[in-house]
Design a protein around this ligand. Structure first.
Ligand SMILES: *Cc1c(COP(=O)(O)O)cnc(C)c1O
Ligand SMILES: [Zn+2]
Length: 423
């Protein structure tokens, strides 16, 4: 029994294929960004060893239930922190979608470090252990690093992190709590990214930075494998995904594409990428029908998708085009409104980037972009406590009632200010 059927890598731009162990990062001919790599699998082997019947008998409630179609060959390399199989459930309350829509949430806030980054880290760190890395590193807007720090702590591997000093405080504290060496970079995420690449090259550290590492998207693709299994082994019609560097959206496509290639679904769902209007490099390239992004000046409340030059842009553009989807851009105001609606009406507390999919759906419903009765999945990628300042803004409509510890005052304040109702 093989643990994995991963057997090769292929450059997304020039199509050159490489043996699985031949390259660690990007295609030498095409370099970073253009030369990101897809992981290839032995389709014949998979067809015989992977599918609904086998999965139905499996009890492992983590992403490793899909180990045949993940790029780790040594089961012992997996770090024993459970990741994946997050809930997928119907959302029937009114949060501003079209009334006839069949709406689902995939709640990826429920991960060990509080974001979808744990899916990629689980795979990346297993690979670091397979290749015998002495240390790991990542550039991050905050979540990738807090995720890496979590897993590195459990694996007892030294961990170096490069994040903008301006990242939300909670994310930086998570990194420190787990014992990682945090370089709080006085600069942008893009500058932190280049610094991390340099550090890994000079110090021989295993690099878990987005897009440069081809295995991270394979971790992210488990979102699609899970949705497929949770819907009773079928694909939804549409899925909305927040997009920064583009790794998640590229991974979501890869998951459905692998299932299509194995004949396990009939078509890939329409994938809709949602970017903040103040950080919309990939959406802009898509609108211009261009294959490459030009760097943008970024300004958005959604720090996790605040990227000037997206590193996984090639896979992100392919995901949207090949699936027949689209990009939607949303304002910070729409993001904060969506956060408030999710928290106060659906009981789902997310950080700004993770509210972007709902903001995008509301926008599309207004402009008639989607079918009224479509089956739509919203992917929520990060927990609300990750960014307290933004959470405070989204909750600003609901000020606390400050009282002294006496019933009379409670009664007086209540009479004066009955609840305004939810937003
Ligand atoms: C990283 C992240 C994203 C964006 O993912 P990309 O792969 O950079 O597009 C969205 N939401 C949250 C919460 C994230 O941490
Ligand atoms: Zn290439």
């Amino acid at each position: 029994m093989r643990f994995s059927f991963a057997e090769g890598l292929r450059c997304v731009t020039c199509g050159t294929t490489y043996g699985f162990d031949e390259l660690m990062y990007t295609c030498p001919g095409c370099g970073p960004i253009a030369g990101t790599l897809d992981v290839l699998y032995d389709k014949g082997g998979l067809a015989a060893s992977f599918g609904p019947e086998i999965l139905q008998r499996r009890t492992d409630p983590t992403i490793w239930r899909y180990h045949e179609i993940l790029p780790i060959h040594d089961a012992a390399a997996v770090v024993p922190i459970p990741v994946g199989m997050t809930p997928l459930y119907r959302l029937e309350c009114d949060i501003g979608a079209s009334p006839g829509m069949r709406l689902f949430v995939k709640d990826d806030t429920r991960h060990p470090s509080g974001s979808a980054k744990d899916r990629a880290t689980a795979v990346g760190l297993a690979r670091a252990r397979e290749v015998g890395a002495a240390a790991v590193a990542a550039a991050s807007t905050g979540n990738a690093a807090s995720s890496l720090a979590t897993f590195a702590a459990r694996a007892a591997l030294p961990c170096y992190v490069f994040a903008p000093a301006s990242a939300p405080a909670a994310k930086l504290i998570q990194i420190r709590a787990h014992g990682a060496i945090l370089f709080a970079v006085d600069g942008t995420y893009d500058q932190a990214f280049d610094l991390c690449t340099e550090a890994c090259r000079r110090m021989g550290i295993y690099n878990r930075s987005t897009a440069i590492n081809p295995l991270l998207g394979e971790g992210k693709k488990t979102i699609s494998l899970e949705i497929w299994e949770q819907l009773g082994f079928r694909a939804p019609e549409t899925i909305l995904v927040p997009v920064g560097d583009g790794c998640i959206v590229g991974g979501v496509y890869k998951g459905f594409r692998d299932l299509l290639d194995l004949g396990l679904i009939e078509r890939v769902p329409k994938i809709v990428g949602v970017q903040a209007a103040g950080s919309a490099a990939i959406a802009t390239a898509w609108q211009r029908q261009s294959d490459r992004c030009t760097p943008v000046d970024v300004r958005t409340v959604a720090d996790s998708i605040s990227v000037s030059m997206p590193r996984d842009q090639v896979k992100a553009l392919r995901a949207i085009r090949a699936s027949g989807g689209c990009f939607i851009t949303v304002s910070d105001e729409a993001i904060l409104d969506a956060m408030a609606a999710l928290a106060s009406r659906a009981g789902i507390f997310v950080e700004p980037a993770a509210a972007a999919p709902l903001a995008g759906l509301r926008e599309a419903c207004l402009t008639g972009g989607f079918g009224q009765d479509e089956e739509v999945v919203l992917l929520h990628t990060g927990h609300g406590l990750k960014d307290i300042d933004s959470a405070r803004r989204a909750a600003s409509w609901n000020e606390p009632l400050t009282v002294s510890p006496e019933w009379d005052e409670v009664a007086r304040v209540l009479a004066e200010r009955l609840p305004k109702g939810s937003k």
